[in-house]
Ligand binder design. Structure first.
Ligand code: URA
Ligand code: CA
Length: 433
């Protein structure tokens, strides 16, 4: 086989066979196919697309390029959740203990990552003593015993994807539905869960700006899942404004505690119940979605979910007294209030710009070398649809420096206040099965 022939075939709109896709992915991973040929092929895929069969074969080839995690020693159906990424998405911290508290095993492999805030691992590490460096055997034992564990040692999962994603990033080929779908699903499949719930975000703060693109991406991922024997479903959820109120690491842990107590922001609560109920259903812990929702609501009102969070924190070496006393979490030196300059209704909050404001404060990493400040971030007091009076606090800035002019400027630019009443936005647009 010659790579140049395969590039030409794809360029001319033909379908590649499984053998050809395996040859490409193996060759690119071991270095025998150079970057320039791979970039050319990726650009051909960008324009020509891939059939569902090609997309599934590409996914499996990327899975087979590295380690796969074997979770078969864990009893029950393991369901993973993945979000395509938004601003202030606190759902994983809530969902892990919530779903585990009703008996569904949660074996979470999480990273740090770049972004507006740290990744799930960084957020958990704002709890004093909490660590994710746990041995594989201990990880499995902990899930069997208390139904939930998180590890940061994810091994060498889908190295082909890592190399290809890096190349796509610098060759204008990130934004292709088959390439995004196979990239995300290769990592999820390699991490070993039996079933997958996807939260595909749409809006200004998300990868997908358009609802139809978000649906196509969700459909492509659900199709890959079913082609490779992993029961997969997706919801499409709103990311035109940040989720919940808090954006930051320790601030989001506090928000997760509030939510597990039943006192969290309405949108975060609702999204966690929606995603969680699909996890419960796929794990066969309920007969229908209404029953699954009811089980989770009950876990919150009874205190069972919060109790599970306590147990989970202790099992990972953390100080669980932060649950009753969140003031023990890392705290910023200054809280600076951003006040509304007019009366009206919030009509827009530019999510990605607010996210960048949190990153400027130090809540997230701009590059791999950046050091995160776990204490800083933003807490929104007003969201789209809320009425505001001149002088009301829109946002509290949690900062370790007093000079926050740039951050404040961004917040003012992100908020639009309208004189006429504005509807509350839709949170969940669609379900894809
Ligand atoms: N996230 C991924 O992991 N891969 C993509 O291609 C896009 C987003
Ligand atoms: Ca949040």
């Amino acid at each position: 086989m010659r790579m140049v022939d395969l590039i030409e075939r794809k360029r001319d709109g033909h379908e590649l066979t499984k053998q050809e896709i395996d040859y490409i992915v193996e060759g690119y991973t071991d270095g025998s196919i150079p970057d320039y040929q791979m970039s050319s092929l990726l650009m051909a895929i960008f324009f020509r697309g891939m059939t569902p069969r090609e997309t599934s074969d590409l996914t499996l080839a990327m899975v087979n390029s590295g380690d796969t995690i074997d979770l078969s020693a864990i009893e029950g159906i393991k369901v993973d959740k993945h979000s395509t990424g938004g601003v202030g998405d606190t759902t994983t911290i809530v969902l892990a203990p919530l779903v585990a508290s009703v008996g569904v095993p949660v074996a979470k492999l999480s990273g740090r990552g770049l972004g507006h805030t740290g990744g799930t691992v960084d957020k958990f590490e704002s709890i004093s003593g909490f660590h994710v460096e746990i041995e594989n055997a201990q990880f499995i034992k902990q899930v069997n015993e208390i139904k939930v564990a998180v590890t940061g040692s994810t091994g060498n999962l889908a190295p082909a994807d890592k190399k290809m994603y890096g190349l796509r990033d610098v060759t204008g080929t990130v934004n292709s539905i088959p390439l995004i779908a196979s990239s995300i699903m290769s990592k999820k499949i390699a991490s070993g869960s039996d079933a997958i719930v996807l939260d595909v975000k749409v809006g200004a703060g998300a990868f997908m700006k358009d609802i139809n693109d978000a649906k196509k991406l969700a459909q492509a991922m659900v199709e890959i899942g079913s082609n490779v024997g992993r029961n997969t479903m997706a919801i499409i959820s709103d990311m035109n404004q940040p989720l919940g109120y808090a954006i930051g690491n320790a601030l989001e842990v506090k928000e997760a505690i509030d939510t597990l107590r039943g006192e969290g922001p309405a949108d975060l609560h609702e999204l966690c119940i929606t995603l969680g109920s699909h996890m419960v259903l796929l794990a066969k812990h309920a007969d229908n979605i209404d029953e699954a929702r009811q089980i989770l609501e009950e876990a919150i009102t009874s205190g069972k979910a919060l109790q599970k969070f306590k147990e989970f924190i202790e099992a990972q070496g953390g100080d669980s007294s932060i649950i009753d006393d969140p003031s023990k979490l890392p705290a910023a030196k200054h809280i600076i209030e951003v006040k509304s300059q007019e009366d009206g209704y919030v009509s827009k909050i530019v999510a990605d710009s607010i996210g960048t404001a949190a990153m400027i404060l130090g809540a997230g990493r701009a590059t791999k070398e950046s050091v995160i400040d776990l204490s800083v971030g933003l807490v929104l007091h007003k969201k789209i649809g809320d009425e505001v009076k001149k002088g009301d606090t829109l946002v509290s800035i949690y900062s370790n420096t007093e000079s926050v002019d740039e951050v404040m400027q961004r917040i003012y630019e992100s908020y639009q206040i309208s004189a006429v009443k504005v509807d509350y936005p839709t949170l969940v647009y669609a379900e894809i099965h």
